[in-house]
Design a protein around this ligand. Structure first.
Ligand code: ATP
Ligand code: MG
Length: 394
């Protein structure tokens, strides 16, 4: 991607009314745009990060044996009345009447919807277990939308639901998800504290929260050394049991021909909350330091003199070769000052920056900077491609 033809509206100033550093950096790096309080657009660079996070989630959740589907965002209230959650979630539900006068809401979560769906297809123990998931937009009229996309009124969640014939099956699915969650957060550069938690309005007996220590955290978590941290909840998994399946009549015939309620688990990750959490953990005073697995681009090529044919020829060649190797490359081909380009590079935080300048070229060298460590190396032209490939794949 060439910066001059792309859409990265970076901001020099810290936007007013922003408390969280991640919120400031999301806006300043041109990753998101606020439409109204708690409602955000993801700009091309931010969407690339979200797509990378989603790819990681898909890989790990698929490996845990779940199947992806997509459920609707608008729901008939009737279904929510059956579990009583029209009342317990009343405060956050966005409700409306459609043209026919039917009471509807925008889904704040999907336990009722998936249980109704499974009920209409599953009759026998032979069809179980099954785990289904989606990556989808949720709507919650939060009392206090805060910290940008950390607490939003419209946000992207990965929600998975397991259906089993017995507790042993549920436990197995729950453990598989627990492990998948650890892998996902690890690949996102996060080390959450995992804590047994309250099941609250969701119901069920056992649940675990995945809590990432961060200054703006609204939850509390105690690490293995007994130190208490402010923390952001990035994921929550529940052994629900039969609360939803009994209320909605999702039953199966067991081996003896007896009707039994299906045993359920649910597993959520705040996908869009993750982008902010990663920034809270990985930044410095100059900007973001993306972990390589979720970076919008892995390498930024920064030619200093865009009017110099030799500089641009080399930049283009490196760009083509890296792209051919499957690396996501951004080239800052803007005709702008070195200072501006360096500042923007530090701000948007691409893990590796290759600077190509006239002076270096005279000595046959380019410069590679590791954004996370700040280490700068001067590399001979002929070894540059190899070196960048090594660093990216390390
Ligand atoms: P919280 O306690 O932060 O309000 P929750 O317990 O209501 O969250 P769940 O219903 O468990 O959230 O949703 C699953 C995940 O979705 C949460 O772990 C969190 O990461 C994310 N999430 C929940 N609410 C929001 C929101 N308003 N904005 C962004 N992400 C959210
Ligand atoms: Mg929760």
């Amino acid at each position: 991607m060439k910066w001059s033809k792309y859409f990265i509206p970076t901001l020099k100033e810290v936007p007013t009314g922003t408390e969280a550093i991640s919120h400031q950096l999301l806006l300043r790096s041109g990753l998101v745009h606020m439409l109204t309080s708690g409602v955000y657009s993801y700009l091309p660079l931010g969407w690339r990060v979200l797509r990378k996070i989603q790819d990681i989630i898909r890989e790990e959740i698929n490996a845990a044996g779940a199947h992806e589907l997509l459920m609707p965002a608008q729901h008939p209230m009737e279904l929510w009345q059956k579990t009583g959650r029209d009342k317990t979630l009343e405060d956050v539900m966005i409700r409306f009447k459609n043209k026919k006068g039917a009471a509807m809401c925008l889904g704040p979560t999907h336990e009722e919807i998936i249980t109704d769906l499974v009920k209409s297809f599953v009759q026998s123990y032979r069809q179980l277990p099954v785990t289904l998931y989606q990556i989808q937009t949720k709507f919650r009229d939060e009392t206090r939308p805060r910290f940008g996309v950390v607490r939003a009124c419209e946000f992207i969640m990965k929600d998975a639901y397991s259906f089993d014939i017995d507790d042993a099956g549920l436990k197995k699915n729950y453990d598989a998800m627990y492990k998948a969650y650890k892998n996902i957060f690890d690949r996102c550069g996060l080390k959450p504290i995992i804590a047994e938690a309250d099941t609250g309005a969701m119901g069920g007996k056992i649940s675990h929260e995945f809590l990432v220590p961060a200054a703006i955290g609204e939850d509390k978590a105690t690490d293995e050394n007994g130190v208490e941290h402010q923390a952001i909840e990035v994921g929550h998994i529940f052994q629900l049991g039969t609360k939803y399946t009994e209320a909605l009549g999702a039953l199966y015939l067991d081996e003896t021909g007896k009707l039994q309620p299906i045993i359920m688990g649910c597993y959520g990750i705040g996908v869009s909350r993750l982008i902010a959490t990663i920034i809270e953990v990985h930044h410095d005073e100059k900007g973001i330091k993306w972990p390589i697995g979720v970076a919008p681009f892995q390498v930024e090529i920064l030619p200093l003199q865009v009017a110099d044919p030799q500089t641009m020829e080399l930049a283009q060649r490196l760009y083509d070769e890296l792209t051919k190797q499957g690396i996501d490359v951004l080239m800052d081909d803007r005709d702008d000052s070195a200072g501006r380009k360096f500042n923007d590079a530090d701000l948007i935080g691409i893990p590796f920056r290759v600077t190509i300048g006239k002076r270096g070229l005279q000595e046959g060298k380019v410069e590679i900077k590791d954004r996370a460590t700040g280490v700068v190396e001067s590399v001979p032209l002929e070894g540059a491609l190899e070196r960048v490939l090594f660093l990216v794949k390390k």
